[in-house]
Design a protein around this ligand. Sequence first.
Ligand SMILES: [Zn+2]
Length: 381
Amino acid sequence: MQTDRSRKQVPQVPESEEMSSSTSPEPEPSSPQREKQHHQEDRIPRTMNNYKKLITFSDNNLLFDHVLKCYSAIEEGFSIYAPMPSFLNPHLMEQDNQYSFGAIEIKSGENQLLDVKYRRSATTHTERVSCTNIDETLQRCRTEVKNMYMFTLYSPCLMRGHKIDKKDKDKEPCMLHLLEKAYQWYSEFGIKTRVFFKKPWGLSGPDIFKGLLYSDVSRTSSAFHPYVDLCKEHRFKLDNKFRQDNKAIFRLIGKVNRKETLKKRIKSTLRKLQEKAKEGLKKCQHLKRGLRYIDSLKFPKKVHKQIIKTFKNNWKTLVNHSSMSLIIEKITSDFNNAEVKLFVRDLRLDLGDSGYFQINQVPPGAEVEEGDYVQVMNTSF
Ligand SMILES: [Zn+2]
């Protein structure tokens, strides 16, 4: 199995040569037998088998547990990182909005970058647009092309979810679409495809666990439970938009004689607690600060205990709820990293280290490989 590709040690080896030195069980481009087998299941059985298992989970807790368990069994030292050829550099941008572009290596040794495709709306899946761009290019100069490249900021999606362009009847996720296209380009033209991405997207990107509640992660039986205290050293502000249930407190007003006075006191306490929520503090500091303030309050004897108890419970709920954005961020990052790595691992086991489709993550901080300078033609086809 391939680990980090130490391509810096052999910069003189052209990408195309390395890609074509295949030892994988992939079909010959012109094999008529393989031509008939147009199913991903035949070409990448392990990948598709594991992928199909994955998309059957309807419970996020079980899905997370499954992926993290599979991830922990990945062979030590396995890496999906690989430096990117420097000729892709001119189109790279510092932004979080999804974009992708294709590039072709021509037999004469030149490289040509195709147009950058930007995410225009939630339904735009730029990899599919870049595939169309590549298809159009191949129609014009198929005999000239040696290898195909694509850079995509986020790894191609593994599940398209509900946001599907109505005009686009093909609901296939971009990763499978790309695999299908790569096979097509390989079987028709003998061209191999190499994809680079910077950030793992996973199944559904950053929103996959956005609905998680504190009660979901705080259960000791939950797969998310180890994350409860993970963020305790981080500072965060409390969510002022969180709707607290203060009805129980206001209902107590009816039990006292000086109703208006108590109402004003309660409102003023809520305002002061809101002020305290604005500061960025660690979780234990938020709790200590709010609870200490609530303990200092005095209310009519008849309702004091109940009001204090409710204010305290509400404050704890607010602090726990507000810590969730950090927890969700960490859970999502771990999940997406694990999921993409598992998928790429399966692909490598199915296709070999230099199959017709290769996908790598650009290592953070070292985006392009050195010493691989080639002529870039800026004109698009
Ligand atoms: Zn997609």
